[in-house]
Design a protein around this ligand. Structure first.
Ligand SMILES: Nc1ncnc2c1ncn2[C@@H]1O[C@H](COP(=O)(O)OP(=O)(O)OP(=O)(O)O)[C@@H](O)[C@H]1O
Length: 297
């Protein structure tokens, strides 16, 4: 469903994305993780034909994003980063017009609009102006429209940023339902646990380059040890063996077995023992790719 071959995008002499190659099939949820500025939105904008790549190729739903942009647009639906529905429409009017523009008959568009608004807890507010809705509800209106569109490939760029726990779960349900219907979903997020819970495959990017692409469990397996002992505080205990990460005043020890802990230290050092997770893969790997020199660009 999505194929990238050496995809790259530069702004002046700065490569926001480079050498990105991967392939994902139908009905797959692809989580995209990476720090601020990693190139996630740049990649999504290229795959939704909003932005031209500077090098490489990409195919979405079998169509070339450069040569067959129109066909790609018909096959995809997207909730872009920080997007808002049109303010002066109501949720009902927004979702309905979105579906009509995508070619649904009025009868079918009405049916699907009602279904999606109910699914996203927007039925009661369907006739209120979008302008009068909260930020989280506006976001739900967008996700509802995309959800109703039955597109082959759905792009959700940080769809849950700023959403309360209930709204977030609604979006999570939508991702699972889209997958069940056979859509491929590209989900960029800063919530690592969200990517772990929803994704079949996770693409980790940093400084425009692919760090890894694998199912979440496989990425977690790559983290050393089995448990993480997080020690916070100036005089916390030192844990023997295993890899150590230092993040500010916090030390993370990656060990095979949880250590037996004595009394907590007097200065209030905090100790947490937890199983390793996808977040640890990200912590270990982000920052390992050095800034490239621009000599060969
Ligand atoms: N129009 C532009 N002109 C110049 N540089 C740009 C432009 N758009 C993006 N960039 C740069 O490209 C890099 C990648 O940006 P991008 O928005 O893709 O990152 P991101 O991973 O989506 O980040 P975030 O998590 O903060 O949304 C950044 O360094 C950004 O400053």
């Amino acid at each position: 469903m999505i194929v990238c071959e050496g995809l790259g995008r530069r702004y002046g002499d700065y490569w926001a994305l480079r050498y990105v190659s991967f392939e994902v099939g139908r009905g797959v949820v692809l989580g995209v993780l990476g720090p601020n500025g990693a190139g996630k939105t740049t990649m999504v904008r290229i795959l939704t034909t909003e932005l031209m790549p500077s090098e490489g190729k990409a195919f979405v739903a079998g169509f070339d994003v450069i040569k067959e942009a129109e066909k790609v647009r018909r096959a995809v639906a997207a909730v872009p980063q920080e997007s808002r529905p049109i303010d002066f429409l109501t949720p009902y009017e927004f979702v309905l017009s979105y579906l009509l523009l995508r070619g649904y008959s009025l009868r079918e568009a009405r049916r699907k609009t009602a279904e999606a608004l109910k699914e996203f807890g927007l039925w009661e507010t369907r006739n209120k102006e979008v302008d009068a809705l909260s930020g989280g509800m506006k976001r739900r209106v967008l996700v509802a429209a995309v959800f109703a569109s039955d597109a082959d490939v759905v792009f959700l760029d940080e769809p849950t940023t700023g959403l309360d726990v209930y709204s977030r779960r609604l979006v999570w349900n939508a991702v699972s339902e889209l997958k069940r219907r056979g859509s491929t979903v590209v989900l960029t997020t800063h919530y690592v646990e969200e990517a772990a819970a929803l994704s079949d495959v996770v693409l980790v990017i940093n400084k425009g380059r692919v760090v890894d692409l694998a199912p979440p469990d496989r990425l977690v397996e790559k983290v050393p040890g089995k448990y993480v002992v997080e020690v916070y505080g100036k005089d916390g205990l030192a844990v023997e063996g295993g890899a150590v990460l230092k993040i500010g005043d916090r030390l993370l020890y990656y060990v095979d077995a949880p250590p037996k802990l004595g009394e907590p230290s007097k200065d209030g050092a905090k100790i947490v023992i937890r199983p390793k997770s996808l977040e640890d893969f990200v912590l270990f790997n982000i920052g390992l790719i050095e800034e490239e020199s621009h000599e060969d660009d």
